[in-house]
Design a binder for this molecule. Structure first.
Ligand SMILES: *[C@@H]1O[C@H](CO)[C@@H](O)[C@H](O)[C@H]1NC(C)=O
Ligand SMILES: *[C@@H]1O[C@H](CO)[C@@H](O)[C@H](O)[C@H]1NC(C)=O
Ligand SMILES: *[C@@H]1O[C@H](CO)[C@@H](O)[C@H](O)[C@H]1NC(C)=O
Ligand SMILES: *[C@@H]1O[C@H](CO)[C@@H](O)[C@H](O)[C@H]1NC(C)=O
Ligand SMILES: *[C@@H]1O[C@H](CO)[C@@H](O)[C@H](O)[C@H]1NC(C)=O
Ligand SMILES: *[C@@H]1O[C@H](CO)[C@@H](O)[C@H](O)[C@H]1NC(C)=O
Length: 288
């Protein structure tokens, strides 16, 4: 008696925690996708998944001349059980730039590129502005530089100096690095890690990243992740210097425009899943 009952319960509970998402063949378009030239067809299927999010990510490649589109279901280990958009840009070590927009949503088929891509692009403004203007004034007389060093991560292994830095190394920096990210559990808390790097090999593939998170329910935007690698002046990785760089460009998201577009509104208020589950649970109670 117990086993068939458990099977029945799991059959009924399962669809309640399942999500239907679009999944499309990842594709790099050989042109830049803008609101005015959205591709007319996408090669997609829909999948039913136990993952938490449907996602749609569009980024630029080859210095903003081409677009890379990825539409799929994502799992997230983070505590962000809310719909949001991430936007920002990266300056790679080559000097080339990429911008990105990543949409995470929680209702069935909410990542349909036919409906979502255009409003997403229309609502996002990402000005890229290189910190390289500053880096050009590289002082050739410097053989080593002093870096701003600081960490307020509670887990010290999440900030590299704990692994790497000793006082003697501090006199011998060839690069300074700072990264700032928001605490995954409390999105209003920023954590900072600033340190000195000794060797070129240890630096990452990028020079600068600035990403913002736009929470769709609260209509609030804030910093998600910033990272800066520099060696042009002493303390070039200071928080003040990063603030100055950030003041030279804009990363903006227009909630009104995005949430006001009819194709999005339909998805945010989709209760069908709950109604189906609720009905099934009622039936179960009735059967018992
Ligand atoms: C669509 O994607 C599938 C694989 O997901 C591939 O086999 C097929 O050739 C693609 N069709 C087109 C028209 O690109
Ligand atoms: C930088 O972008 C240009 C196109 O503007 C591209 O031709 C070149 O391959 C890119 N360089 C790297 C290292 O990706
Ligand atoms: C990459 O794009 C930036 C900004 O648009 C531009 O200043 C730079 O010259 C470009 N680099 C290449 C290699 O095309
Ligand atoms: C600290 O972070 C490291 C690396 O992310 C992880 O492996 C470790 O388990 C963390 N320690 C604690 C106490 O959370
Ligand atoms: C800064 O980095 C460049 C390589 O990108 C390197 O040639 C130069 O020596 C570095 N400057 C210092 C002061 O270490
Ligand atoms: C970490 O330091 C930064 C910069 O001083 C500060 O804005 C932030 O609130 C600090 N975070 C925590 C959790 O103390």
């Amino acid at each position: 008696m117990l086993v068939p009952l458990l099977v029945l319960v799991s059959i009924i509970i399962n669809p309640c925690s399942m999500l239907q998402c679009y999944e499309c063949e990842p594709k790099i378009y050989n042109f830049l996708i803008t609101p005015d030239n959205i591709p007319s067809t996408f090669n997609c299927t829909t999948i039913v998944t136990p993952n938490k999010f449907c996602s749609l990510g569009i980024s630029t490649v080859e210095n903003g001349t081409k677009s890379d589109l990825r539409v799929t279901a994502l799992d997230s280990r983070e505590n962000k059980d809310v719909p949001y958009v991430l936007t920002g840009f990266t300056q790679h070590n080559s000097g080339n730039y990429s911008t990105y927009i990543l949409y995470h949503c929680l209702t069935d088929n909410c990542n349909n590129p036919n409906l979502v891509l255009k409003p997403l692009l229309e609502s996002t403004e990402t000005e890229i502005k290189p910190p390289s203007v500053l880096s050009i004034r590289q002082s050739k007389s410097l053989t080593s530089i002093g870096c701003f060093t600081y960490s307020n991560f509670t887990n010290s292994s999440e900030c590299k100096p704990a692994r790497r830095m000793t006082t003697t190394e501090e006199d011998d920096c060839s690069f300074c690095t700072t990264f700032i990210n928001v605490d995954r559990k409390n999105l209003h808390t920023e954590r900072v890690c600033s340190y000195c790097e000794k060797t070129v090999e240890s630096i990452e593939k990028w020079r600068y990243i600035d990403g913002r998170i736009h929470l769709l329910n609260d209509r609030i935007s804030h910093l998600d992740y910033v990272s800066y690698v520099c060696n042009n002046t002493n303390d070039c990785n200071s928080l003040e210097n990063i603030k100055n760089i950030q003041n030279t460009y804009k990363i903006q998201f227009d909630f009104e425009k995005f949430l006001g577009s009819s194709s999005i509104t339909n998805y945010l208020i989709s209760y069908t899943n709950y109604i189906v589950c609720f009905t099934m649970i009622l039936q179960l109670i009735y059967l018992l």
